[in-house]
Design a protein around this ligand. Structure first.
Ligand SMILES: [Zn+2]
Length: 476
């Protein structure tokens, strides 16, 4: 791609077709209507699990989570019984902006989750939600002045659990959104990018706390704001430009949270050393108070202490399986691989996963379905973090593994502690407008998160360094 042609990629975290369709029918999203008619659209199958860091990592690398290694906000440290927050430095994949930069394309990358610390690109990168502060989130460092000059109120994010009051959360969320879009508009016009990427997060943030069917006023307002965002890009689109709009997952009603580690511990698959639990109790109480106090600070989320503490109480030589992460990652304590492993991979792994599936299935009963997906990965490969051995998929449910409190939870199934009403669904949105895509047939096909990176590289005229598994969207 050259001669001033631009590829504009708009990410809308958590954007869901069901809401788009309802609001479009009410005439509330004119620009979505315009784009769907002018271009092509797909239901975009997310990653398993459909969680933000895993999905964006796949969307912009073209490889599945078992290769790039990011399955959730937390990960297991390779070869150890430790779980911690993960970051872009843990990811094992070449991102499209790195390849595009190396081949001399001018690049702008704004607010993509899991891009902290910001990496050098041929242009500018401002990291997304996992960045603890703005200075470390901007590459090159000197561009921080540009960011603040063009959008003085720019902040990395605004999450509901940072704020004690819902009203204050929404005020900060809108302020953050307006500042983000202001910077994006300035860069798309003045930085002359050949590849422009910006991720907007209001749909995700609002749907977590205000999801209902039909859409609530808060959700409607967020979608109308995103429609205005899309309109601003469509206004600036030149005839030769291409535009892709993608979401990393959709949304659905949150039925309940399940304390997966309590399920495992009640079944004897996870064993706690009670003596260590007692000595830990004081520490834990202290840690919990600390967590609550930092959580109320606007900069608090990323300064939370590592969530490894509770796993210190696990009696590993008697434990077969543990869960971590928000969407049910399972680690099997494998003999030969793990320091105190007890499970024989060849003879016992599959039946162990079958037991977990049966256990959760009997708890959910009529209320929901569960599937346990084994994750095949190379145990011998050099990694800082290890993929889980399986991922639990439960439509409408989220796993309560927050800080490990679930080991002692009074009930296995409960409401979300933060009052969330929405949870990720595996089906996101993909829309494309531009000469490569033709105009809308009204048909909405199926696409996969793996398809996005190869499509972007093709549109930029770049050859992949190695074959990616996804299929091009052009002509589909
Ligand atoms: Zn997301």
């Amino acid at each position: 791609m050259s001669d001033g042609k631009r590829l504009i990629v708009i990410g809308m975290d958590g954007l869901d077709w069901s809401v788009v369709d309802v609001l479009m029918e009410q005439g509330k999203l004119p620009h979505f209507g315009e784009a769907i008619t002018a271009g092509a659209s797909w239901v975009l199958r997310s990653t398993t699990p459909p969680v933000t860091p895993a999905a964006w990592s796949t969307l912009f690398s073209g490889v599945p989570p078992r290769e790039h290694g990011v399955f959730d906000f937390t990960a297991r440290e390779a070869g150890r019984y430790r779980f911690r927050l993960c970051s872009a430095t843990d990811r094992q994949a070449e991102m499209i902006w790195t390849l595009a930069s190396e081949r001399g394309r001018r690049v702008v990358v704004l607010n993509v989750p899991m891009t902290y610390p910001a990496t050098p690109v041929n242009g500018i990168m401002v990291s997304g939600m996992d960045a603890p502060d703005l200075p470390g989130a901007v590459s090159p460092r000197a561009a921080l002045a540009t960011v603040l000059a063009r959008s003085p109120c720019y902040t990395v994010d605004a999450m509901s659990h940072w704020f004690a009051e819902r009203k204050v959360f929404f005020t900060n969320l809108w302020k953050m959104h307006r500042a983000r879009h202001r910077l994006a508009m300035s860069l798309v016009e003045k930085a002359d990018p050949e590849l422009f990427i910006c991720v907007y997060v209001i749909a995700d943030r609002v749907q977590h706390v205000a999801w209902r069917d039909p859409p609530t006023e808060e959700v409607t307002t967020a979608y109308e704001a995103l429609d205005a965002v899309l309109g601003d890009y469509l206004d600036r689109l030149r005839p030769e430009d291409e535009l892709l709009l993608i979401s990393d997952h959709g949304f659905q009603r949150l039925e309940a949270e399940i304390c997966l580690n309590k399920v495992l511990s009640d079944a004897g698959l996870l064993v706690l050393d009670r003596s260590r639990c007692r000595t830990l109790l004081a520490k834990v109480r202290q840690r919990w108070v600390h967590t609550r106090s930092v959580a109320e600070r606007p900069d608090g989320w990323w300064s939370l202490p590592p969530r490894a503490l509770w796993f210190d109480a696990v009696d590993w030589p008697r434990t077969r399986c543990v869960a971590f992460g928000l969407y049910g990652n399972l680690v099997i304590n494998l003999r030969g691989r793990d320091p105190q492993g007890v499970v024989d991979q060849r003879r016992e792994s599959a039946s162990l996963l079958g037991d977990v599936e049966d256990l959760v299935s009997s708890i959910l009963g009529e209320r929901g379905e569960i599937r346990v997906h084994p994750i095949a990965w190379d145990h011998g490969s050099q990694r800082r973090i290890s993929p889980p051995d399986a991922v639990v998929e439960m439509a409408g449910y989220r796993v309560a593994t927050w800080g490990g409190r679930e080991f002692y939870a009074p009930a296995i199934v409960g409401a979300n502690a933060e009052g969330h009403t929405g949870v990720h669904s595996p089906e996101g949105v993909c829309l494309a407008v531009g000469p490569a895509f033709g105009s809308g047939s009204g048909r909405r096909g199926q696409a996969d998160a793996l398809d996005i990176a190869p499509t972007i590289l093709e549109l930029l005229g770049l050859t992949q360094r190695r074959a990616l598994p996804g299929r091009l969207l052009m002509g589909r």
